[in-house]
Design a protein around this ligand. Structure first.
Ligand code: APR
Length: 256
């Protein structure tokens, strides 16, 4: 009898491991809860349920932005006016800076952005599971669960932006304000002139800059920006931002 029990236990463990390798929803759920619980004032079970209803049981190429409306409602936050930071093609430099210094607040510092940053997920028709592998890629189909989430969360983040808003753009590429980016196609469109006073572009440059503040794509940015929002652009060397990241005694306002 003992041997039978041991064999049954081993089989159960193997089956559970095999299943979790296949869809790994347990890993996703525990990562979600671990990150969520670092935030005060949210009911993580409620947030998880709102998250799941967006994509579970659905065709992973047919999850529109609106599917995340209940999740966005469950993850509301008080926007820190004058400290909100947007970015495009500068993910590493921005988050190296925000991780080391409490100067700016990005989407990835909000509950939802933090919980889902770097994760991949999707559902399947007729299944109640969360899959973390074999999900559609970013450009494979437009309405995929990951892309729709970032589009929706970015719209919500820009909707509540207030005061002086900063955007770190990449001066090492030809088109720092790329029409297909989330920053250009969603966030800038959602800035409301009754709340946002200034948009300060920080163009992060390397030793040999490719683009400067006179770049054609930045002219487009000024064109599409809602009337009444003041625009500013500053070219800032990458090394200067790193210096601020690594010198906590330097005031935020003196970084550039
Ligand atoms: N394939 C895979 N991932 C992509 C792709 C792609 N083609 N395009 C964008 N992403 C994902 C990646 O995770 C990438 O790091 O979106 C992230 C940001 O993409 P960028 O092109 O660098 O910038 P942008 O599209 O402007 O989005 C950043 O949106 O997330 C919000 O508030 C945030 O202001 C920020 C902006």
């Amino acid at each position: 009898i003992f041997c039978v029990i041991v064999v049954l236990v081993v089989i159960t463990v193997v089956v559970v491991l095999a299943l979790s390798l296949g869809h790994n929803s347990g890993g996703m759920k525990s990562a979600f809860f671990d990150r969520c619980e670092a935030f005060k004032g949210y009911d993580c079970q409620k947030v998880w349920d709102a998250f799941q209803q967006a994509y579970v049981g659905k065709d992973p190429c047919n999850v529109p932005m609106e599917a995340y409306d209940p999740l966005i409602a469950a993850g509301t936050f008080k926007p820190p006016c004058n400290r909100m930071m947007f970015w495009s093609k500068t993910k590493h430099v921005v988050h190296d800076f925000t991780a080391k210094r409490d100067c700016f607040f990005t989407l990835e510092d909000t509950l939802l952005g933090s919980v889902l940053d770097g994760l991949t997920w999707c559902g399947k028709e007729g299944s109640s599971e969360t899959f973390t592998t074999d999900c559609p890629g970013w450009t494979e189909c437009e309405n995929n669960p990951v892309r729709s989430f970032w589009n929706r969360a970015s719209a919500a983040f820009a909707d509540v932006a207030c005061g002086v808003v900063t955007a770190m753009l990449n001066g090492s590429i030809d088109t720092p304000f790329s029409p297909t980016s989330i920053f250009a196609s969603i966030e800038v469109m959602h800035f409301n002139a009754t709340r946002v006073r200034n948009l300060n572009v920080v163009l992060v440059t390397q030793e040999k800059p490719v683009a400067n503040c006179t770049n054609a794509s930045l002219k487009n940015l000024q064109k599409v920006l809602a009337e009444g929002i003041q625009y500013n652009c500053t070219e800032v060397a990458h090394s200067q931002i790193e210096e601020c990241s690594n010198n906590p005694e330097k005031p935020c306002g003196a970084c550039w």
